[in-house]
Ligand binder design. Structure first.
Ligand SMILES: *Cc1c(COP(=O)(O)O)cnc(C)c1O
Length: 386
C-alpha cells in the first residue's frame, strides 16, 4: 500500500485552459471599469493529498456546498495588490513577495493550509502575464488593475473544526475611477464607544475576512452621514489606529519645534501591517531623516515615530496650531490627505497642503510603481501574447 504524500503547492505545474470567449475590455480606470478579467487561478487543497495542480481557468462562478466552512465560520483571508502599467510601457508589481508572505500569515491565523509564498507569487505573475497585456494595454500608462488572491475553507462537514479542504484562488479586477475627495481631503469620523475594529489578541493584524464584515455597519453609517471613512480608535484613551481599511499618519510640530510624522505601532496586533505603511516609513527615514543631510532641498526633515498616540494629542496639536496634516495610506487608496475629523461631535480641522509631505510621498511612490525610477521594490511582468 502506498502512503499518500502531501503535495506542496507547485506553480510550475500550472495547467492553462484559456477562455474561448474573451470579453470586451473596459477602458482602464474609467467610470464603467468593473468586474474581473478573463481568467482566474484556482488551486484546491485537501488534508489527505495536499495541494492539487493549480489551474488557470476562464473567470466564472465557483461551486461549493452550502455547508462549506467559509460560509459559516469566516475561514477566508485575502490580499490586495495592483498591477501597474508603467510610463515606460512595462507592467510592474510592487513588493508582491510581501503580500504573499502576509497571505500566509493570514492563512495560518485561521488554520487554513500552509504553502510556500513564493509559489503564490509565481501564480500571481502568471495570471498577470496572461491577462495584463489585453486588460491593461500599453495605451494606458499610469493605470492599474487590482489583484485579489484569496484562501477559503471549503470543508463541507459543518462541524466546528479545522477545515480539511481549502481553495486558493486569484482574480484580477478592474477598478473604476470614483469621483473622490482625494485632493480636497477626506472627512473622517471617530469610531463610537463600544465599536472596536481590532483588539490585542484578536485578528486585526491579518487580512482575514472576519475583520471586514463587522465594520461595514459603522462604515455605512459614516458614509450616510457624509464621511469618507471611520477613524478607528482603541481603548479608554482613544488611541488612534487606522482609518477605514488604510493605515493612518499624522504630521505635527512637537512642542520643541520639530516636525514629527507619527503612526500607530505594530505591537498588540491592533493594525494591519500595511506594505504601503512600511514603504512610507522607509522612504521618510531614508530621504528626510533629521540625522543625515536631506535628500530633498527646501523640505524640512522629519522625525518618524511609531508609538501609541491619542485623539487628545491630535486635539491639543490643533488647539496649539501645531497640527500640520494627516493622511491615510494603502494599496487601494494610495496616499490620501485628510481634511476633517469628527471627534464625537467636536470638529478637528486638519490642514491640507500646509506641508509638502503628502505630495512628496505620492510622487515618490508613483514614480516607483509606474517605473519612472528603478527600484528593488518593483518587478517587471513579462507579457504573453494571446
Ligand atoms: C489592506 C489594509 C491596509 C493597507 O495595506 P497595504 O499593504 O498597504 O495595502 C491597511 N489596513 C487594513 C485594515 C487593511 O485591510
Amino acid at each position: 500500500m502506498t502512503v499518500p504524500t502531501s503535495q506542496p503547492l507547485d506553480a510550475s505545474k500550472l495547467e492553462i485552459n484559456l477562455t474561448s470567449t474573451p470579453r470586451d475590455v473596459p477602458i482602464p480606470g474609467s467610470k464603467t471599469a468593473s468586474g474581473c478579467t478573463d481568467h482566474m487561478i484556482v488551486a484546491d487543497w485537501t488534508a489527505e493529498e495536499g495541494w492539487a495542480t493549480p489551474q488557470l481557468l476562464p473567470y466564472g462562478p465557483m461551486e461549493m456546498m452550502p455547508s462549506a466552512s467559509v460560509l459559516h465560520y469566516s475561514t477566508s483571508c485575502f490580499e490586495g495588490l495592483k498591477l501597474y502599467r508603467g510610463h515606460d510601457g512595462n507592467l510592474r508589481l510592487f513588493r508582491p513577495e510581501a503580500n504573499c508572505a502576509r497571505l500566509l500569515r493570514s492563512t495560518q491565523r485561521i488554520s487554513l493550509p500552509d504553502f510556500d509564498p513564493n509559489q503564490v507569487h509565481q501564480l500571481i505573475r502568471k495570471l498577470c502575464e496572461i491577462d495584463g497585456p489585453r486588460w491593461l494595454s500599453k495605451d494606458y500608462p499610469g493605470k492599474f488593475l487590482y489583484i485579489r488572491p484569496t484562501v477559503i475553507g471549503t470543508d463541507s462537514s459543518l462541524g466546528f473544526h479545522v477545515p480539511r479542504s481549502a481553495r486558493l484562488f486569484i482574480i484580477i479586477c478592474c477598478w473604476p475611477t470614483i469621483q473622490s475627495t482625494a485632493d480636497s481631503g477626506m472627512r473622517l469620523t471617530v469610531s463610537q464607544e463600544g465599536s472596536v475594529r481590532a483588539w490585542p489578541g484578536g485578528t486585526g493584524a491579518t487580512k482575514v475576512g472576519a475583520n471586514y464584515g463587522p465594520t461595514l455597519q459603522p462604515h455605512g453609517k459614516a458614509t450616510s452621514a457624509g464621511f469618507n471613512q471611520v477613524l478607528w480608535v482603541f481603548g479608554k484613551d482613544h488611541q488612534v489606529t487606522e482609518s477605514g481599511s488604510s493605515n493612518f499618519f499624522v504630521v505635527w510640530e512637537t512642542t520643541d519645534g520639530r516636525v514629527e510624522i507619527i503612526t500607530c505601532p505594530l505591537e498588540n496586533d491592533l493594525i494591519l501591517p500595511g506594505i504601503t505603511r512600511q514603504s512610507i516609513l522607509a522612504l521618510l527615514r531614508d530621504r528626510l531623516n533629521v540625522e543625515t543631510p536631506a535628500l530633498v532641498d527646501s523640505v524640512k526633515p522629519v522625525t518618524v515615530v511609531e508609538r501609541a498616540y491619542t485623539m487628545g494629542e491630535i486635539q491639543a496639536a490643533e488647539r496649539e496650531n501645531r497640527l500640520l496634516g494627516a493622511f491615510a495610506v494603502g494599496t487601494a487608496y494610495f496616499v490620501t490627505p485628510v481634511s476633517y475629523i469628527d471627534y464625537h461631535g467636536e470638529d478637528i480641522h486638519v490642514p491640507v497642503g500646509r506641508v509638502p509631505y503628502v505630495e512628496l510621498l505620492q510622487e515618490w511612490l508613483s514614480d516607483i510603481k509606474y517605473g519612472r525610477v528603478e527600484s528593488e521594490w518593483t518587478e517587471v511582468v513579462e507579457e504573453v501574447k494571446n
